[in-house]
Design a protein around this ligand. Structure first.
Ligand code: SAM
Length: 187
């Protein structure tokens, strides 16, 4: 897909950290650009569940409107500490060390990047965290040509639930031929 080759400085720093730590599950640039684009339409509080090395937060921070803030939670305390240092001079990002649920106190979210597997599996949890009109982004799906969606020979009930739950209006978008994201807007 066509995209500028220049990466924002804070995203490049987070990607460097991922490389140094051998952390292979960082958000890819295509998804990051989508996060930044969505962030630019939001006000209030944006969140991320599962900070990793900070790549998603970095993209969100580059897109976020003035006055909006990003809070992100990372379960691994050592990783959270390193990423807190990475964002020390970035005003609109706060990284907390702990389970994703430590962010419940910041709800409702206008945008939430759900990057913790167990939470991704629970539409109920995410529905309770969102403001009306808030957008949830879930990545790392494998595109399926069928309905209901099939993954590894079985119906992908999680994706089926996300795309049919009446609390959200949702769509699956291709990131590339082998990867998709779900964008779900809270009614
Ligand atoms: C896929 S990685 C996150 C990648 C990151 N969002 C990015 O944009 O590059 C998932 C992260 O979630 C963290 N994690 C796992 N369970 C968690 C939980 N219950 N609460 C918060 N973070 C969790 C893992 O330690 C890991 O760093």
């Amino acid at each position: 897909m066509s995209a500028p080759t220049v990466i924002p400085e804070i995203v490049a720093a987070a990607l460097d950290l991922s490389r140094q730590r051998g952390f292979i599950t960082s958000t890819r640039n295509e998804t990051g650009r989508l996060l930044a684009t969505l962030a630019a339409s939001r006000t209030g509080t944006l969140g991320e569940l599962g900070t990793g090395c900070g790549v998603g937060s970095a993209w969100l921070s580059t897109g976020a409107a003035k006055g909006a803030r990003i809070v992100s939670a990372e379960l691994d305390p050592a990783l959270a500490e390193v990423v807190q240092k990475l964002f020390a001079n970035v005003d609109n990002v706060e990284v907390t060390s702990g389970d994703w649920s430590t962010l419940e106190k910041y709800a409702p979210f206008s945008l939430l990047f759900v990057d913790v597997r167990d939470v991704k599996r629970s539409v109920d949890i995410v529905a309770d965290l969102m403001e009306p009109g808030g957008i949830a982004v879930l990545d790392d799906f494998t595109p399926s040509e069928f309905w209901p969606p099939i993954f590894e020979g079985r119906v992908d009930t999680i994706r089926e639930e996300w795309l049919t739950d009446e609390r959200f209006t949702a769509a699956e978008m291709l990131i590339d031929a082998g990867t998709s994201v779900i964008i779900a807007t809270r009614r």
